[in-house]
Design a binder for this molecule. Structure first.
Ligand code: ADP
Ligand code: MG
Length: 397
């Protein structure tokens, strides 16, 4: 084959996927099997917005482990809630924010104002922005529902002030409702205590059973893959693997990667071997797109930590050690080197996002103060390094 034909083959040759993008992380399917009860319960919480006396706002918490469908449940249900309300001439607007990307109340409020209301908010304080927003909502009679996903990236004061916003500025109705999405650990450690008095319904979402994962895989495979490229056994095998994590994302990512392996090998069928290979590459706690949400400084910091952990026999590192490696990484990838305190904040973010774990160890005699030990959570160091290097290389190019 000539080089041109290689390219052509790679672009238009047969793939096991008929709709690859339906397995991308941001895709929300048309149906959510096994979540009927949760969909009903979430929607019911917002009935009040279309009832006449509906002058209250609603705050709902969705709490559950990774991959149990929290994000999908929220987007799926609320897009329909918005549509149904609007069909009944109730102005309801649903906006969704992933706090890994929008990391402060300010960033979220500014985005709501510019993206959804065409108001420029530069130079105003958070309080002023909230006031502008509530005034605008009151004037137009719009009930706004803000979903804050991965809400632990914000602090509870920020969320509280959004809860209070409707009441603060003397409007007749509470114009802002919220959905707070979080994992159980973060929910109980950071958010629950100050917020719980304001939460009308806390929905604890359970993980999927093996049978449920299988049903989800069947449905999603039907959309994503050609019928001839997999069999029931393919999906059974994946369900076996991901049933222990009870995490639907885990199973779907294995399916996706196994399909990609088949494509790369030019095979038309996803063989069990591809599933086993894909399994080794998928980390249930870590979303595939999590690295894309990181800023350059955070990528460099994570790389610094990764490389200092790669040193043989080391299971944890410290800020000081990792900072040395960070400086080298910055030079290598042409990234501006920042101070150690900025580096520290990056580590903080990486900790919150779930890539690194930071714990304060016991006081070592003869050393100053308590030193934070940094290690990786779920993902092998070599994989962490490789993924970040790939992203940074692309940025340099
Ligand atoms: N009941 C379901 N039916 C179909 N796909 C699902 C279902 N639950 C989760 N998924 C898919 O599994 C993946 C993980 O779900 P997600 O909502 O992102 O989980 P979480 O937000 O709890 O981490 C997504 O790709 C989502 O589309
Ligand atoms: Mg999610």
């Amino acid at each position: 084959m000539s080089p041109f034909n290689f390219v052509e083959e790679a672009m238009i040759g047969r793939s096991v996927f008929k709709n690859e993008s339906s397995l991308f992380p941001e895709y929300v399917p048309q149906e959510l099997p096994c979540r009927e009860e949760e969909i009903k319960r979430l929607a019911q919480n917002f009935r009040i917005l279309i009832e006449d006396e509906g002058s209250f706002s609603v705050n709902v918490a969705i709490v559950g482990q990774a991959g149990v469908g929290k994000t999908a449940l929220c987007k799926y249900t609320m897009e329909r809630v918005e549509q149904i309300a609007n069909q009944r001439n109730r102005a309801v607007k649903f906006v969704y924010y992933n706090c890994h990307s929008f990391r402060s109340k300010t960033a979220i409020l500014r985005n709501i104002l510019t993206e959804h209301f065409g108001i420029r908010s530069r130079g105003f304080s958070d309080e002023e922005i909230l006031e502008m927003l509530v005034k605008r909502l009151s004037k137009e009679g719009i009930r706004l529902i803000i979903a804050l996903d991965e809400a632990n990236m914000l602090d509870s004061q920020d969320i509280l002030s959004i809860f209070h916003a409707g009441e603060y500025f003397g409007s007749k109705h509470s114009m802002i409702s919220t959905i707070i999405i979080s994992r159980p650990v973060e929910w109980s450690s950071l958010l629950n205590v100050p917020l719980s008095g304001h939460i009308h319904d806390q929905m604890d979402i359970q993980g999927y059973t093996r049978e449920e994962i299988l049903e989800i895989l069947k449905y999603r495979a039907e959309i994503a893959l050609y019928e001839t490229s997999y069999s029931e056994e393919t999906l059974q095998l994946i369900a076996d693997i991901s049933s222990s994590s009870r995490n639907a994302r885990h199973g779907l990512e294995i399916l996706y990667r196994a399909g990609k392996i088949a494509d790369r090998k030019g095979e038309k069928f996803i063989k069990p071997d591809y599933i086993r290979a894909a399994k080794a590459d998928v980390y249930p706690e870590l979303r595939r797109d999590v690295f894309k949400e990181l800023k350059e400084q955070e990528l460099a910091a994570a790389l610094g930590v990764g490389r200092s952990l790669r040193v043989e026999g080391v299971t944890a590192t410290t800020i000081d050690e990792a900072y040395e490696y960070y400086i080298v990484a910055c030079e290598e990838f042409n990234i501006e080197t920042k101070s150690k305190s900025t580096f520290r904040s990056s580590i903080e973010i990486l900790n919150k996002v779930g890539i690194l774990s930071k714990s304060v160890g016991p006081i070592e005699t003869g050393k100053r103060g308590r030193r934070a030990k940094i290690t990786t959570y779920d993902i092998p160091v070599s994989v962490l390094i490789e993924r970040i290097e790939n992203i940074l290389k692309q940025k340099v190019m």
